[in-house]
Design a protein around this ligand. Structure first.
Ligand code: ZN
Length: 232
């Protein structure tokens, strides 16, 4: 599995998830964890937001598919049900979030990937789906899903705590893009172009910021690992 902040290709992402991820929302992909894809690029089709402290993410639901009967999906409410009365992906995620809120069961866990540039993706980490709602956006209703960085991996009844070091906060998309351009898509130490990670120069738990490019750099897998060993 990837580490949060790891930069990957679309193919690597599909390979690890064992599926082609054309859909942005994938509830319990092949019976396992759920997976969502996000993008905050200027021409992105949906509005996804990372909170200022980098701990939560608000993800927009998805439109009905475009068809003859529905030539402009952006003009109608995002659907909860399919024409056959099954849940859409919006409906599945919404149902899970509301069940969590109502019953206090373990939240649905979701892996989040983000597109930074064409062909360049970042694994943002594992999140708990903690809330959902519908709100008016222009003249129609859209779904919103609130996700918080997961503190533990739910493995059936058992819970496995995620290590603190892996727990750096989410880096806003604009900062990711700025760092990628500044460091020219290469490890700042050795120039390696594969297996890159967004690294917090001063880790978040030591007071480092996630929201300024000055505290983020690109490191290859080797130098990322070497640095983590030193910090421990
Ligand atoms: Zn390196």
């Amino acid at each position: 599995m990837f580490e949060p902040g790891q930069i990957i290709s679309y193919q690597e992402m599909c390979h690890v998830e064992g599926a082609s991820l054309q859909r942005g929302m994938n509830f319990r992909l092949r019976g396992g964890l759920s997976v969502i894809l996000m993008s905050q690029r200027r021409n992105a089709p949906y509005l996804d937001n990372i909170s200022k402290d980098g701990s939560t993410l608000v993800y927009e639901g998805h439109d009905a598919p475009k068809s003859k009967e529905n030539p402009n999906p952006k003009s109608i409410d995002q659907p909860e049900y399919t024409p056959n009365n099954n849940f859409t992906q919006n409906g599945l995620f919404n149902h899970a979030a509301q069940t969590y809120k109502r019953n206090g069961v373990s939240p649905e866990q979701v892996r989040v990937y983000e597109k930074i540039l064409p062909g360049i993706w970042c694994y943002n980490g594992l999140f708990d789906l903690i809330d959902s709602w519908r709100e008016l956006c222009g003249k129609r209703k859209v779904f919103r899903f609130k996700l918080k960085i997961a503190k533990a991996v739910n493995l059936g009844a058992k819970k496995k705590t995620v290590g603190l070091l892996k727990h750096d906060r989410l880096i806003p998309s604009s900062v990711k893009l700025e760092v990628w351009k500044r460091d020219q898509g290469k490890c700042v130490i050795c120039g390696e172009k594969d297996n890159l990670h967004f690294d917090h120069i001063i880790p978040f738990y030591k007071g480092g910021s996630s929201i300024v490019a000055e505290n983020i750099q690109l490191l290859c897998a080797r130098h990322n690992l070497e640095k983590k060993d030193k910090i421990i």
